[in-house]
Design a protein around this ligand. Structure first.
Ligand SMILES: [Mg+2]
Ligand SMILES: [Zn+2]
Length: 223
């Protein structure tokens, strides 16, 4: 395998998009879900369990309504498309790793994006309500309950590429992965968690901020 300087892992909801679309979708179609969201954010409920409860309130039959809602609702964080192109040009592996569902990423990003590898939970629409297929289970030392285990993904990518992992995230779904990454860009609730945990991170608002940090201009080059 070609050697790479680093691998980038980014969260999707609230990181690549301005808003968390799992929260937007599940509370829009069932406002009572807000209580479950609050419990997840307070880490009173495991992610896996919480996501199952949230999506079980959504009838499978309304899939196309959800997809239109997601397309209308999604606003990309500033610089995301430039960031993705830059990683592609520099041949840096880029993984979008989401505890949301695959159909949500596909609705917003389109069926195929040029560069990024998408990793998400699988939405199943063959029952009365949306069921989740868990594709990336927890492995030790993770105590479990992640749904999609970002910690396991970070470790696996570091092994596969023999390179440091840069992690970008914003929320409770990222805490575990961020703790095991080599460099972390954090905002919002994730930044607060890392502050409390004493894990160093770089704050960011846009993907332009991240590019500035990751691609430092070479000194002594042409002015
Ligand atoms: Mg997020
Ligand atoms: Zn886990």
């Amino acid at each position: 395998m070609m050697s790479v300087p680093f691998v980038v892992v980014s969260d999707f909801d609230g990181t690549i998009t301005e808003r968390d679309l799992v929260v937007a979708l599940t509370t829009r179609f069932n406002p009572a879900n807000q209580t479950v969201v609050d419990q997840i954010n307070a880490r009173q409920l495991h992610l896996k369990e919480g996501l199952e409860i949230l999506f079980q309130t959504l009838p499978s039959a309304d899939r196309s309504t959800y997809e239109s809602f997601l397309r209308n609702e999604a606003i990309f964080r500033t610089g995301f498309h430039r960031f993705e192109r830059l990683l592609e040009d520099a041949r840096i592996p880029f993984y979008i790793v989401s505890n949301g569902l695959d159909f949500m990423l596909n609705a917003v990003l389109g069926e195929n994006s040029p560069h990024a590898v998408r990793m998400a939970n699988q939405a199943r629409f063959d029952g009365e309500v949306i069921q989740i297929g868990w594709q990336y289970p927890c492995t030790p030392p993770c105590p479990g309950g992640c749904g999609l285990c970002k910690h396991a993904v970070v470790e696996e990518l570091r092994r596969r590429y023999q390179a440091p992992v840069v992690f970008i995230g914003d929320g409770v779904t990222d805490f575990n992965g961020a703790l095991h990454a080599d460099t972390v860009f954090a905002r919002s609730r994730l930044a607060d968690f890392l502050e409390q945990a004493g894990k160093p991170y770089i704050p960011f608002d846009s993907f332009d901020d991240i590019m500035t940090q990751l691609f430092v201009p070479v000194e002594g080059g042409a002015s």
